[in-house]
Ligand binder design. Structure first.
Ligand SMILES: *Cc1c(COP(=O)(O)O)cnc(C)c1O
Length: 365
């Protein structure tokens, strides 16, 4: 059986090696006589699974020892509420940088809990670039500054990390929604205070949310914050305050091990760079296709593109499906096409897409 190449933005393709291993262990995990789905989350088997997953993630991302890793639920969208509930304390204002659809949602949710200062926005420009930090208008004493480091829908990515110290806010936490590019390359966790993301892009199945938080920020939750969403409560219970998404954590653990086997994040980054360069080069070489994002801000994970003649969209997608190139239709907010090329997409999949792009242009251009 040859698998098609799945370019879905999320839930997204997983490495076949991970799926094969999970299938082999489905009925009986390591001689336990149980599927991981059937285990007590407090038993020794699952305790070892979650412990190994956390240790492997800590090693991969070089998470400093004064940061906690939390396995939560509710997705990145729930974190949009969980972040202000955990960080506002007695302040009433937070700063947001708006660079696309996901950061729009983040700041909108935060308005239920505090007033929001939009420190910068690229909306007027159609979200084609990340506003440089020297254009941000940060407020004097925000509870935190929130960014989305990879905008999955608009296809813009930060390749630099904001420095709030140089902006005169040395004690202000920097919070990042990293859902769609975490583990695509090394990131310096110590430059952030909170990173969060849904697992279903680059980590594993839907239903698991990853939070990496500086320990000193725990214990500030508003009284209304649900206990299951209070980072301190979750951290003290080692992500077992409520029953965690056990199977999703198990698969995420297999993915972390798979990444280690690939040579870790530096090696993964080289592969992701090669994939993105291959695809963008093909799009740039042609007038038949176009892209909108400024080259310096082009996401390596999510590549929106357009056919110059939009009447060819349906034939393009039909032909792609026939060749086993799935889920290339763009998000409705942006239109056109989008190829998501997360860690699990091999270079051969990108090459197959590039071959199809050229072939379709030859037959329709
Ligand atoms: C997918 C995505 C979300 C939404 O995640 P949910 O798990 O559906 O809540 C939020 N932010 C970014 C950047 C995303 O890619």
């Amino acid at each position: 059986m040859t698998r098609p190449y799945n370019f879905s933005a999320g839930p997204a393709a997983l490495p076949p090696e991970v799926l094969t291993e999970a299938a082999a262990e489905m009925l009986d995990w390591h001689g336990s006589g149980m599927s991981v789905m059937e285990m007590s989350h407090r038993g020794k088997e699952f305790t070892s699974i979650i412990g190994q997953a956390e240790a492997d993630l800590r090693e991969l991302l070089a998470v400093p020892s004064d940061y906690r890793i939390l396995f939560m639920q509710g997705g990145a969208l729930a974190e949009n509420a969980i972040v202000p509930m955990n960080l506002l304390g007695n302040r009433h204002e937070a700063d947001y940088v708006v660079t696309g659809a996901w950061s729009i949602k983040s700041q909108k949710e935060a308005r239920k809990y505090c007033s929001v200062n939009i420190a910068a926005s690229s909306e007027a420009d159609g979200f084609r670039a990340i506003p440089p930090q020297d254009t941000w208008r940060l407020s004097k004493n925000p509870a935190y500054v929130h960014i989305c480091t990879n905008e999955t829908i608009h296809g813009v990515e930060y390749f630099w990390t904001p420095d709030l110290k140089s902006a005169g806010l040395p004690d202000t936490p920097l919070v990042a929604d990293v859902s769609s590019h975490i583990l695509s390359r090394p990131m310096d966790v110590s430059k952030f205070d909170v990173m969060y993301g849904g697992a279903q892009k680059n980590i594993g199945p839907a239903g698991l949310t990853l939070v990496i938080v500086r320990e000193a920020l725990l214990g500030r939750a508003l009284p209304v914050c649900p206990s299951a969403f209070d980072w301190k409560t979750v951290a003290e219970a080692h992500s077992m305050y409520n029953t965690p998404p056990t199977y999703a954590i198990y698969i995420a653990g297999l993915v972390f091990r798979w990444i280690k086997g690939q040579g870790g994040l530096a090696a993964i980054e080289q592969r992701n760079k090669a994939k993105a360069e291959t695809l963008y080069r093909c799009l740039d070489e042609s007038d038949f296709y176009r892209t909108q994002v400024a080259p310096a801000c082009r996401s390596r994970m999510n590549v929106p593109f357009f056919l110059a003649d939009e009447r060819l969209n349906e034939p393009f997608l039909d032909g792609a499906r026939e060749r086993g190139l799935l889920q290339l239709k763009g998000h409705k907010l942006v239109g056109g096409m989008r190829a998501s090329i997360y860690n699990a997409m091999p270079l051969a999949g990108v090459q197959a897409l590039v071959d199809y792009l050229r072939e379709f242009e030859r037959s329709h251009g």
